[in-house]
Write a new protein. Structure first.
Length: 269
């Protein structure tokens, strides 16, 4: 009986010793984990601080693609990129929104390339006509979006000049949506494909009457619409060839008669 009690006491001490060791081991592991968190936190903070303050991450190079009309300076100004902008601070979403406020920009993507480069890819809208209205010139796209407004005549993009179109109080960025401009688009398409670089100006007389002005001899051609020009182009081409050969003092060609032309000579009086 006595031997049994001694054995039980020994096993109890052994268990207490093991529990004590396990408890010390847990505390040691906890200490290591806390120490690891402190070290990681310290390193992370220093890396974070270095990334957001070091001149190594200041935007030093900007690569631009797709800008046929907008200059590099205009693009940098539109994106609001300063001289010491940190690449991690730079907000690409906000810059993209600023770009899309410019009527010339149809789409844009901006990518950050570490450590200090921005890659800007732009899809620009293309000029389609130069409209004279309200004593100003408006450069517009084929779809009718106003790209810019000129106080004086400026046709550096070599577009057809359009007169007689009422655009109201439209501003750059807004779109012209009316029947006359839709017909102008049809006429420009016909001229580009059938009489490339021969005409330079389109005047709207009414919804069913337009004048197109020849570039070389200033002859006016009166038409109904772009569809008529496409369907009866051969008549106009033949007339222009004969006029050049015979040096006729022609003032106007009227195509508003089906399948025939009316030639109006200059009045010498």
């Amino acid at each position: 009986m006595a031997n049994y009690q001694v054995q039980e006491h020994y096993e109890g001490e052994k268990r207490n010793t093991e529990d004590s060791k396990e408890e010390r081991f847990r505390k040691y592991n906890l200490f290591r984990i806390l120490l690891l968190y402190i070290i990681v936190g310290f390193l992370s903070w220093n890396i974070f601080f270095l990334a957001f303050t070091s001149s190594w991450f200041e935007i030093a190079r900007i690569t631009i693609h797709g800008n046929d009309y907008l200059t590099g300076d205009t693009i940098v100004e539109t994106a609001k990129i300063g001289g010491f902008d940190n690449i991690f601070h730079f907000n690409t979403q906000r810059a993209s929104q600023n770009f899309l406020k410019n009527p010339w920009v149809k789409e844009v993507t901006i990518k950050k390339i570490l450590p200090n480069q921005l890659d800007i890819n732009i899809e620009e809208r293309k000029p389609g006509a130069l409209i004279y209205a309200n004593n100003h010139y408006y450069l517009v796209t084929e779809e009718g979006i106003i790209l810019t407004k000129f106080e004086q005549f400026n046709n550096i993009f070599k577009q057809y000049v359009v007169t007689g179109l009422d655009i109201g109080n439209k501003k750059p960025g807004e779109i012209i949506e009316n029947r006359e401009y839709s017909e102008i688009r049809s006429i420009i398409y016909a001229l580009d494909n059938l009489f490339s670089e021969q005409f330079y100006k389109i005047q709207i007389i009414s919804e069913e009457e337009f004048l197109i002005f020849h570039r070389n001899n200033k002859i006016k051609v009166r038409i109904e619409n772009g569809e008529q020009l496409i369907n009866e182009w051969y008549l106009l081409e033949s007339a222009l060839q004969n006029i050049n050969l015979e040096a006729m003092p022609l003032q106007e060609i009227n195509m508003k008669y089906k399948e025939r032309l009316l030639l109006i000579l200059e009045d010498k009086q």
